[in-house]
Ligand binder design. Sequence first.
Ligand code: ATP
Length: 140
Amino acid sequence: MAGIMQMDVLSPDAYVLQTDEVSYIEVQTTDGGLGIYPGHATMVAALAQAPLKYRDGSNNTHYVFVDGGFLEIKENKATILSTAAEAADAIDAARAKAALERAQAKIDNPPADVDMAEVIGALKRAQGRLKTLELAGKAH
Ligand code: ATP
């Protein structure tokens, strides 16, 4: 059907989202922002730790946090595979704020055995979750 595509967002923990009615998707790839309309050519892209935006069949906008991973577009279906992903409604703001503060404290005062790459990953996840809530208009 013209104007509509399918989208699945999957993580090892859950089928985060499965929908047959998406009219537009916007993701942050490692090369920058990408807007996808139905009928898009087959492609694969690596994703940044960032909010994903999509519009449903009724033109309502939704946001999902995606912790990096991959996007595949094939046969009018977008599949997003990520180590973690949450729809804005499922994000716990207090938990993300606490994670952000923990990561920031380790950056400010690094413990001797710190794995800085892991700390920066945690910081970006927390920032991405809070940004997703902000875009969705949910106070935090
Ligand atoms: P934390 O330190 O709070 O556990 P984290 O970034 O280390 O945060 P992840 O490893 O990314 O957590 O995720 C572990 C699981 O918890 C995943 O299923 C993820 O979807 C979920 N999760 C993590 N943080 C949140 C949050 N703020 N709100 C909702 N779900 C979350």
